[in-house]
Structures are given as structure tokens and as C-alpha cells.
Write a protein that binds this ligand. Sequence first.
Ligand code: TXA
Ligand code: MG
Length: 352
Amino acid sequence: MERQQIKTQWVKLDLQQENLAAAYVKELRQAADFLRQGQLVAFPTETVYGLGGNALDPASVGKIYAAKGRPSDNPLIVHVATKAQVAELAEVSPLAEGLIHAFCPGPLTLVLPKKAIVPKEVTGGLDTVAIRIPNHPVAMALLQQAGLPIAAPSANLSGKPSPTTGAHVYRDLAGRIAMVLDSGSAGVGLESTVLDVTGDTPVILRPGAVTLEHIRPYAPGVLLGGSRVGAKEVPKAPGMKYKHYAPNGQVKLYSAGELPAACQQAMASHSLETLAVMATDRVLRQLPLEINRFSLGAGDLETVAQRMFAGLRWCDQQQASLILAESFPEEGLGCAIMNRLKKAAYQEPAPK
Ligand code: TXA
Ligand code: MG
């Protein structure tokens, strides 16, 4: 059946404005009204753009899954403005309290035992809920204006790279949602760290900018979990069983040292227009000039993280069928970067 198109308002906000809430009073009120009416609004956070709906309203939550084309057993993150709101929605243990104090607002999502007020539609039927306090002036202004907890997955179509600009969101979701609040590039560029603190041992289900090393002083036993599981198993983070962040072309990963030779080899067996490379400038300088390239920056991991999803989208625009991407050491932020790159490179095993 043809999906009914709705008109999507695309509103630009300038983060240089000193008092954002005052400068965009009309726009933020409109966005908050949409949320209260059960409609969807995409908004920037310090990680990636989120697709927001009223977390306490099952019908709004249903619209989020429908707009993204997301399976409804993959639960959503609930965004709130204050620590007190976290406690309204979930049981906060002393460990969780310490982590909230250390990292929130910021790119850390905590999985906590949910309270009855959180509808099961948000949590995919689980009795836990993922919550975070975003550290972004637009997200914060929207949360305050709406006075609601906002359920928001990344604002991409399911299976596409997470959006790091308002234009990415508009391209994916125009005609499906009421509004896009666009303040340019999101900060970190990768989604928040998801940390499960419901068991005896805290487990990182999804690595992000708050790293294992950052968390360890507050939770010495913390483990890095979250390996991919088969479609029939019940995973700890339900999102893990779905294909993620995959461009249409095949992604292959090489270290900075291996990439120039891998590129020569690929050029011998593929036509130039079907090839693309994503790497840092030092590596790109060693490649033949005619190769299609996307720069991941000068080499610092912060810039790699910021540009990576835009790079994967760019590869699709180039219609590259083979994408050679630089890999990075899996420490600190490198762990989150490699988690996303490996998912982009993952190929379903051929059926037996
Ligand atoms: O940075 C972010 O986290 C962004 C921005 C918009 O805040 N949001 C985001 O949401 O990445 P989403 O829906 O794309 O990813 C949420 C992840 C999924 O892997 C999901 O399975 C996991 O969090 N998750 C959500 N609720 C959970 C729960 N109760 N238990 C375990 N994992 C959960
Ligand atoms: Mg997502």
C-alpha cells in the first residue's frame, strides 16, 4: 500500500545564537506542540540526530517504528532533561546514580529496570528501559519546551547509517515526519554508549564516546559485550541482531599500512567508477589521484568518528560497489569506530 505523505517542516537553527530558546521560541513551540499531538520531530543531539516522539504515548511510539521501517522488538532510547526525570521512569541504583553524576548530560545511555509508567511499546516488551540526558542545546530546549520524555532512535531509515546532519535526516524521512530541527553537524558523530547496569556486572552493549576506560573508575568490573547474535537468539541489546549501517557496496577494512597495496589490487580487478576509499589524509596521499575518496580527516579519532557516517552515505551516492575503508586500533574511541565499521563490513553468511 502507498504510504501517505505528510508535509515535513525543515527548520534551521543557528547554534551561534546566544539564547537559543529565546531566538527560536516559535519553532520550538511548534515542535513541542507536534510532540504533544502525537507527531514526530527529528532533532540534533551531541551524538547523531534523533527521531523523537512522546515516549509515554504508545501511538506516537508506533509512528516512530513505522517512519523508520524499524522492527518493533528493537527498543528505543528515552531522552529526558533532568536526573529527576530518570528516576520517574526507572529504578536508579547507587551505581547508576554515580554514572549519571559523572557522565550526564552526555553520550551515555543507561539500561535500567523500568517503572510501570514506561509503555512496553518503547522497550520492545522488555522490563528494562534505555535512558539518556543529551548534551545539546537544541535537544535540551525541545525537552524543556515539550515537558515530556522523548523516545528517539537515530533518525535514519532502518539499516542506513545514522544521520549526522539535518540534510541526512531530511533525505531519509521527508514526507514521513512533521518536522526536522536542523542545527548542522551533530558533535560526536557516533551514537551514545549503551551501558546495561541491570545485572551484577555492568556491560557495554554498544561502545560510544564514553569509553570503557572512562567508565572503569566508576564501575571497575565493567565488560565490553554486544557481539552480533543470530536472528533466532534473544540478544541482550535487541538492536544487535539487525544489519546496521550498511552502505549498498561491499565494505572491506584495511590498516593504514595495508590500504595502498589493497587499493592497487582492487584497481587491477575493478573499474574505477565502482571503487571508493574512506581513509585519513596521510593514507589518501599515498593513493593514485584518480581513485574516488572520502577523507576521514587528519588522523585524530574524533574527526574520524564525526565523518564516518557521512562517508558511508557518500559511498552510496557514488554507487560504489567496493569500498576500501581504513581500520583503527580498538582502544578508546577507536573501539566505537571499529564497532560501526565492522557492522558496515559485515556480510550475511551465504545460505547452506
Ligand atoms: O546517540 C544515541 O543513542 C542516538 C541519539 C538520537 O540519542 N539514539 C540511538 O538510538 O542511537 P537507536 O534506537 O538507534 O539505538 C538504540 C540502541 C539499540 O541498539 C537498542 O537495541 C538498544 O539501544 N536498547 C534500547 N533499549 C534497550 C534495552 N531496554 N535493553 C537493551 N538495549 C536497549
Ligand atoms: Mg540507530
